[in-house]
Ligand binder design. Structure first.
Ligand code: C5P
Length: 240
C-alpha cells in the first residue's frame, strides 16, 4: 500500500560513479532527464569539477551534488553558496556538524538562489558504520537513536530531508513533517545483482515504506540499455 502523504515528485537518482567526465557524459547521453536525477559524488567531482555539473544542469538534468559538506559553519555556508551558483537541485551535509552548521548552510542556499533554492539533505550515520565504530568515536547511543536524533535535528534547523537506509525511513517519517524527504540507496530489482549492498530494498518496497527518492547506481550505469533500466526502476517506484 502506498503512502498518500508522500511528496508529489519522486525520482530515481542515478549515481554517476564514473572516473571521468567523458565516461559520465557518454552514459548520460542515453538518458531522458524527465525520469531521473543524477548524483555527482567525490570521485567524479574531483576528476571533472564544476564544469561537468554545469554541463549536466544545462542539459536539463537535476543534479544532486553529493559532497557531504562538514566543516565550520562559515566554510560550509560558502561551499553551499558555490553549489547553488552551479544550479544544482540538491546538496548534502553531515548532520553531525550540528545546528549552527546546518543553519548556516540553509541560510546560504536561501540567499544565493535566483530560482528555487537547492534542496538541503543531511547525512546521518553512514551505513558503513556499525555500533563498534560509533563507540570508537565516542558515541555511546544505539545507531537507530542517533539516526532519529540527527534526522530530527536536521529537520528542525532547515534541512529538507535526509539520506538514509530504507530500514530507517518509517521511524524518520513518523517523527517529522510529511514533506520531509528521504533519499535512499541500496535499491535493486529482484533480478539484479546485489553487488556489495547488504540490505536491499526493491523500488516497490521503498515506495511502500515512504522513500521519497531512490538512489540507484550499477543496475543502471552498467546496463546495456540505461534508459530501459531506468524506466524499470521508475515504473516500479512510482506505480507501486
Ligand atoms: O551501484 P549502487 O546502486 O550500489 O550505488 C549506490 C550509490 O549510493 C553509490 O554512489 C553509493 O556510494 C551511494 N551510497 C550507498 N549507501 C549509502 C550511502 C550512499 O550505496 N549508505
Amino acid at each position: 500500500m502506498s503512502d498518500s502523504s508522500l511528496p508529489k515528485d519522486h525520482y530515481v537518482i542515478i549515481a554517476l560513479d564514473f572516473a571521468d567526465a567523458e565516461s559520465a557524459l557518454t552514459f548520460v547521453r542515453q538518458l531522458k532527464p524527465k525520469y531521473c536525477a543524477l548524483k555527482v559524488g567525490f570521485e567524479l567531482f574531483v576528476a571533472a569539477g564544476p564544469a561537468l555539473v554545469e554541463t549536466l544542469v544545462s542539459q536539463g538534468f537535476r543534479v544532486f551534488l553529493d559532497l557531504k559538506f562538514h566543516d565550520i559553519p562559515n566554510t560550509v555556508a560558502s561551499a553551499c553558496a558555490a553549489a547553488s551558483k552551479l544550479g544544482v537541485w540538491m546538496v548534502n551535509i553531515h548532520a553531525s556538524g550540528g545546528p549552527k552548521m546546518i543553519t548556516a548552510a540553509r541560510e546560504a542556499l536561501d540567499c544565493q538562489a535566483t530560482g528555487p533554492a537547492p534542496l538541503l539533505i543531511a547525512v546521518t550515520v553512514l551505513t558503513s558504520m556499525d555500533q563498534d565504530t560509533l563507540h570508537q568515536i565516542g558515541v555511546a547511543r544505539k545507531i537507530p537513536e542517533v539516526v532519529d536524533h540527527w534526522a530530527t535535528m536536521a529537520a528542525d534547523h532547515g534541512c529538507d530531508g535526509v539520506v538514509c537506509s530504507a530500514q530507517e525511513v518509517a521511524a524518520i517519517r513518523a517523527q517529522n513533517r510529511a514533506e520531509f524527504l528521504t533519499v535512499t540507496p541500496g535499491i535493486r530489482l529482484p533480478e539484479d545483482a546485489k553487488d556489495d549492498q547488504h540490505r536491499i530494498f526493491t523500488p516497490e518496497q521503498a515506495q511502500t515504506v515512504g522513500v521519497s527518492h531512490i538512489v540507484v547506481g550499477r543496475p543502471i550505469t552498467c546496463s546495456q540499455d540505461p534508459q530501459a533500466a531506468l524506466m524499470k526502476f521508475y515504473t516500479a517506484f512510482t506505480s507501486a
